[in-house]
Write a protein that binds this ligand. Sequence first.
Ligand code: ZN
Length: 330
Amino acid sequence: MVEEKRDTTPLVVGVDLGGTQIRASVLRGAELLSRANTLTGENPTPERVLPRLFATVEQAIEQAGISPEEISGIGIACPGPLNNRTGEILSPPNLPGWDHTPLRTLFQERYQVPIYVENDANVAALGEYMFGAGQGCNEMVYLTISTGIGGGVIAGGQILEGVAGMAGELGHITIDWRGPICNCGNIGCLERLASGTGIALEAQEAIAQGKAEELLEYARQTNVPPTQIDARVIGEAAKAGVPVARDIIEKAGEALGFGLVNIIHIFNPEKIILGGGLTQMGDILLQPAYRIVEKRTMREPHNCASIALARLGANVGLIGAGALVYHLNR
Ligand SMILES: [Zn+2]
């Protein structure tokens, strides 16, 4: 008799704790066996959110039709900064009131399995490394470009942590030291120049200076109020040929390109993986970036590096959180 081949990959729980949403899944490798969601809600203090967080985890386990004893670990992705060794959340801008919350300890008191906590950008990097576009690349950098810009570095097949787990703040490398002020208090950061928020700010500034009449006209025609002109609208306007929108996106793409040049020079990666919603703009944002990379990178490290789009899409947080368990349980 031929035995049926069974997948013996252990079951894990991935948790993605965001500023607006909590998501949890039971996973086998990169396969989501269940998914549970809830909103983080108004005034998301730990006292309010933790019961919902646990309920979401337990709902995911129940939906998968398994018992908690079958889980070999829980990985949690959450906004940084945090101490990934103690699992303590430090002072996340996206989760006000969570300063010094011992998230790992709180989970450990409830679940008798290994618990791992890591910042969302590192989790996404690990997810793409183990199950996505970075498979087989022990030297890779992941960059997520959405409302903000975050990064995670895989060096020698491990998450590059630095002395206190805070390496890889790639959104806050300086691109224009005489440029505009960033959310972090610094000047001319990559995030300020090339994120969705940065692009929207550039447009608002152009509007305030009276230089964006065509963009306002495009918004009127597409029923978008001027205050809601965000990166998505500007990207669409650019594709429709609105010159000021094209200029704004091109400038953001060039800033991204200089960020990539710095990343290649510092890390000598085999692959840089670009994720996050803004990559969906495609060539209009990415071609200016690639053009700068071609022109400004030293030849040898340039020849080693390829740039690819992320593969895990919106599930990268869950798959990466699960990957954390596989990676660290070894
Ligand atoms: Zn910054």
